[in-house]
Design a protein around this ligand. Structure first.
Ligand code: SF4
Ligand code: SF4
Length: 375
């Protein structure tokens, strides 16, 4: 098998094809500290892309509660268990990736979910970990915890779905790194469903071929962010493009947060796919759990995130989340504002670094009514 370089595990690894990085790479950052599991993103995606026959159970975007939520059922614990013990202390990663752990004659270690595994997309919602004894009071660190994990296809640099397809129906676009599936070539073998450890390829039982997230490519081609990003109520998402680490630009908010400030981390980097959706880890969750899920440096990421008010460049990048439907290519801090610019250099976002506070009078003279200030 050819060797490719995976910067997330900081070493070369086996992959069935030569590694060719696209001209631009689609990426997204999600701040788990801000997600409220309202599922607006899920509905926005569903109504845009998967409202048809055979797509009833498909959620290209889903939001699950960790540690007990999964869609499909047990997707991550099942593949983690198959992979065996992962050494998450040493960096570069010394353990096996899913490609390196492939059984003889196969390209990747995977498994095929049962149909019923997709039946309860909200299983575990709002179930917390830990006990709260009767009479106990809230203390730090929290005795109980949960957090919400929104998920889409990671448009991986080394996609397992692409590697496993015997028909070569899956391809990665050079212009933006989006991974697409050609439904005319597909014969429905479901090797991609088996291979993707994130279980983000779905089999359509009516058309008998596979389908997956298309990264809202018609929007991307027109300089706009994805549906799940622009509809996000919590403003937890920033979608744009990521550079390789040696070409990271300080004025690209994604590069800054991922490569320079290192506050955004990939999901299960030890799998070896170099996923391109990144997460700001939840600040209240035990580090051991976060290390396995988001890899190396989570504690440092949380410490940096907590000190954002002291770093204007970091604060500005975080404030640009949810500030515009356009893709931000460059940003800068100017006076009391963070400014975002599109590819042509046109200003598309202007966000105050300090949120203005407006206190309304309790009695509204114009409408002759009393109002309640809640924030
Ligand atoms: S719309 Fe945003 S806040 Fe709501 S569930 Fe989706 S990611 Fe979370
Ligand atoms: S997340 Fe899964 S479906 Fe998406 S590119 Fe990676 S391997 Fe393929």
């Amino acid at each position: 098998m050819p060797k490719v370089y995976n910067w997330q595990i900081s070493r070369e690894m086996e992959y069935p094809y030569e590694g060719i990085r696209p001209h631009k790479q689609f990426a997204m950052i999600m701040d788990t500290n801000k997600c409220i599991a309202c599922q607006t993103c899920t509905v926005a995606c569903k109504t845009t892309w998967t409202p048809g026959r055979g797509q009833e159970y498909m959620f290209w975007n889903n939001v699950e509660t960790k540690p007990y939520g999964y869609y499909p059922l047990g997707w991550d614990v099942r593949i983690l268990e198959k992979l065996g013990v992962q050494d998450m202390r040493a960096f570069p990663y010394q353990g096996q990736t899913l490609f390196e752990a492939a059984p003889s004659g196969e390209r990747i270690l995977g498994y095929l979910p049962d149909d019923l595994d997709y039946a309860n997309p909200n299983v575990g919602e709002d179930d917390s970990y830990g006990n709260m004894a009767q009479g106990a009071w809230l203390q730090m660190p929290h005795m109980q915890w949960l957090y919400y994990l929104p998920r889409i296809c990671n448009h991986c640099t080394y996609p397992a779905c692409l590697a496993a397809c015997p028909r070569m129906s899956i391809y990665k676009r050079q212009e933006d790194g989006i991974v697409l599936l050609d439904q005319y070539r597909c014969r429905g073998y479901r090797e991609c469903v088996r291979a993707c450890p994130y279980k983000k390829v779905y089999f359509n039982s009516m058309t008998r071929v596979s389908e997956k997230c298309i990264g809202c490519y018609p929007a991307i081609e027109n300089g706009r962010q994805t549906q799940c990003a622009i509809t996000c109520i919590g403003k937890i998402r920033l979608q744009g493009f990521i550079s390789p680490p040696d070409k990271a630009r300080e004025d690209n908010p994604l590069d800054y947060l991922i490569h320079l400030a290192k506050v955004a981390k990939p999901l299960y980097p030890q799998f070896g796919l170099e996923p391109n959706v990144y997460y700001i880890p939840p600040v209240h969750v035990p580090p051991a759990f976060l290390y396995q899920m988001f890899g190396w440096g989570v504690e440092e990421a949380i410490a940096t995130y907590r000190s954002a008010s002291e770093n204007l460049r970091l604060l500005g990048a975080l404030l640009l989340f949810g500030s515009t439907p356009e893709i931000i290519y460059h940003y800068k801090i100017e006076g009391s504002h963070a400014l975002g610019y599109d590819e042509k250099g046109t200003e598309v976002a202007r966000v105050p670094m300090n949120e203005p506070i407006h206190i309304r009078a309790a009695y509204d003279e114009q409408f002759q009514t009393f109002r309640t200030n809640i924030s």
